[in-house]
Design a protein around this ligand. Structure first.
Ligand code: SF4
Length: 380
């Protein structure tokens, strides 16, 4: 076994467990069922709990979702975290039923645009305090606070994420609230490594939730995540993890199994000494799907994209496949070709440029056409 000296993070209690302060690294996942489908969501939570999930996150975007969450929480024993998006006010409705609130600083701008973000965060902190909840400040590469993004060179996606996270940490602390952790997620494992290492250098006391977002399908999704986690956890950073995989609902437990296996391997010293991210090869990123997926055909589409594009393996290109409009438009910006799924059609993008929307049964040949054109430019 290797001995890893872990960062001296403070303890954050989340229901029946605690992260930080030397506690075992908690493994978590997120439901991908529609939240208002109470039976399916309860069943998925049970599947994840059986696999050993320490915390399970559920997305809540509407009053309907919030009402369902109350029913769901009454039927399960798991430690639940709620994922709030734009509608941060729903926190007060769901907080009595969960143990943790996750908010994304970049999403606090969408509702009540005239209200300063500080007031919104104050509301979240007060709600967390009243209902004995922890908080996660969840910064995501696809939706960073626009004010921070505009301050930096467009090529530097890490500094805005870092600055946003640090600013929110200071603000929560100024409200005398320390029961929080932070996540800094990107789909590129190298950026996940850098941003987490830089954060931990500045704030070694704050527990970190680690994850590579949109890692894709197994086995590649697990490999990408493993590479990032080895470099981060191997340096003593990280208190809870999520492995985000694009898998059908009945295989969601694989996220927990993959997380445990990565942690066991790191603890046993079974790590790759050289991290090679294969940047000279085709890279397919796809979101793990969650309750926001707009068409269940998304998981099959991700698999079909992988199969169709296999011939492009020798080319250093990135194709991103995303399940919804919440993170899809932003997170496809950095890909050479991106697909984000709407209920009845799929949006095709080339970098930040939109190439139109296509029915699900027409998107693959259209994507192939663009892929061929990109390969031709590389060959010329
Ligand atoms: S892109 Fe949308 S569907 Fe996919 S995980 Fe993110 S929020 Fe969920």
């Amino acid at each position: 076994m290797t001995t890893i000296k872990r960062n001296p993070t403070r303890k954050v209690s989340i229901g029946s467990i605690a992260i930080g302060a030397g506690n075992p690294i908690a493994v978590q996942s997120m439901t991908a069922t529609k939240t208002p489908n109470v039976d399916a969501t309860v069943e998925q939570i049970q599947q994840l709990s059986k696999a050993g999930a320490d915390i399970i996150r559920i997305a809540v975007d509407s009053k309907k979702d919030a009402a369902a969450l109350k029913e769901i929480a009454a039927q399960v024993d798991a430690n639940l975290s709620v994922d709030l998006q734009e509608n941060y006010r729903l926190a007060s409705v769901v907080a009595p039923h969960v143990q943790k609130l996750r908010y994304n600083p970049g999403h606090l701008y969408h509702h009540e645009r005239d209200k300063p973000w500080q007031e919104k965060v104050e509301f979240l902190v007060q709600t967390a305090r009243e209902h004995d909840c922890a908080i996660r400040i969840g910064v995501n590469c696809g939706s960073v606070d626009p004010e921070k993004v505009n301050k930096y060179d467009p090529k530097d996606s890490i500094s805005p994420m870092l600055e946003s996270a640090l600013e929110h940490c200071r603000y929560l602390e100024s409200l005398d609230f320390e029961r929080f952790c932070v996540s800094l997620k990107d789909s590129d494992p190298r950026k996940v490594i850098e941003v987490n290492q830089r954060f931990a250098e500045q704030r070694p006391d704050i527990p970190l939730h680690l994850g590579v977002t949109e890692a894709g399908m197994p086995p590649e999704g697990v490999i990408k995540t493993r590479m990032a986690f080895e470099q981060i956890i191997g340096h003593g950073i990280g208190d809870t993890i999520r492995v985000s995989l694009t898998v059908p609902n009945n295989r969601k437990h694989e996220e927990i199994e993959a997380g445990r296996s990565i942690l066991n391997d790191i603890a046993a010293g079974r790590v790759r000494s050289v991290v090679d991210f294969n940047t000279n090869e085709l890279n397919i990123i796809s979101c793990p799907s969650c309750s926001r997926v707009e068409n269940e055909a998304f998981v099959d589409l991700a698999a079909q994209v992988k199969e169709m594009s296999a011939y492009a393996k020798p080319y250093a290109l990135t194709i991103a496949v995303m399940g919804c409009r919440v993170n899809g438009p932003g997170e496809t910006d950095d890909a050479d070709l991106g697909l984000w799924c709407a209920p009845n059609f799929v949006n095709l993008k080339k970098g930040t440029e939109s190439l139109g929307a296509y029915p699900y049964d027409e998107i693959l040949p259209r994507l192939k056409q663009e892929l061929d054109a990109l390969i031709a430019t590389k060959q010329s």
